[in-house]
Write a protein that binds this ligand. Structure first.
Ligand code: PEP
Length: 253
């Protein structure tokens, strides 16, 4: 049984006081949730303060990226041990914005993912096609390349720890969501590729959907058998919308 994961990616938003005020309110808004794992990914600067604030709550904290080396002359980078040190248990890797604006390739993503696992952080590895790729009917080719390239070289034990986020680039921050059927089709395909790579681990891993998820579309997406949660940008920035989203199963009652 895979426990659903709802992850908020705050991107480059919120100062430390702003972040603290949101998590304080979120803590009480979701205090009764036990059926969904909750994760917030603030900016690096707010990680330590936010993770102290959510100690002893049901909210987990993750970073939005990391570097693969442990320490040294890598100006501006943050190492896996430093991320862990702030109290994080997760890290997002290879978000499409990192691929697009910072040149992250599947090879870089693979290095970062291995470094995260080695230090004991759970990586959420992002994959997804652009609009042009979907229109050229190469979605599955792109998804297979990113899955095999970014997630290669793990032991079966390590492979079972990974989280994958399918985020069609055309759906991120655009208000356009993949339909539940479109998303399910890709999620099932990712699980099939992962099973070819890592056998039974494929049934254990959670595959999140990301791309304009909100409290209005989340329950339909979550009904699909291979959608195990969401990676949420815009709708995670406000307490009310994210709490509603986390409580999606209550909406169905
Ligand atoms: C994201 O940040 O990964 C994302 C999916 O953003 P949004 O929910 O705003 O589309």
């Amino acid at each position: 049984m895979r426990k659903p994961l709802m992850a908020g990616n705050w991107k480059m938003n919120k100062t430390i006081p702003e972040a603290i005020s949101v998590v304080k309110a979120l803590k009480s808004a979701v205090a009764d949730v036990t059926d969904v794992e909750i994760l917030i990914c603030p900016t690096f600067t707010a990680l330590y303060a936010v993770s102290n604030e959510v100690k002893d709550s049901n909210i987990n904290i993750g970073a939005q990226s990391l570097f693969w080396e442990t320490k040294g002359a890598f100006t501006g980078e943050v190492s896996p041990v430093m991320v862990k040190d702030t109290g994080c248990s997760y890290v997002i890797i290879g978000h499409s914005e990192r691929r697009q604006y910072f040149g992250e390739t599947d090879e870089i993503i693979n290095k970062k993912m291995k470094a995260a696992i080695t230090i004991g952080l759970t990586p959420i590895v992002c994959i997804g096609e652009t609009l042009k790729e979907r229109e050229c009917n190469i979605t599955f080719k792109v998804i297979e390349k990113q899955t095999r390239g970014g997630l290669t070289g793990l032991t079966l034990e390590q492979a079972a720890l990974v989280v994958i986020a399918y985020e069609p680039v055309w759906a991120i921050g655009t208000g356009k969501t993949a339909t539940p059927d479109q998303a399910q089709e890709v999620h099932a395909f990712v699980r099939k590729i992962y099973a070819e790579m890592y056998k039974d681990a494929a049934e254990k891993i959670r595959i999140l959907y990301g791309g304009s998820v909100n409290s209005g579309n989340v329950s339909e997406l979550m009904k699909k058998p291979d959608i195990d949660g969401g990676l949420v940008g815009g709708a995670s920035l406000e307490v009310e919308s994210f709490a509603k989203l986390v409580k999606y199963s209550k909406q169905q009652l």
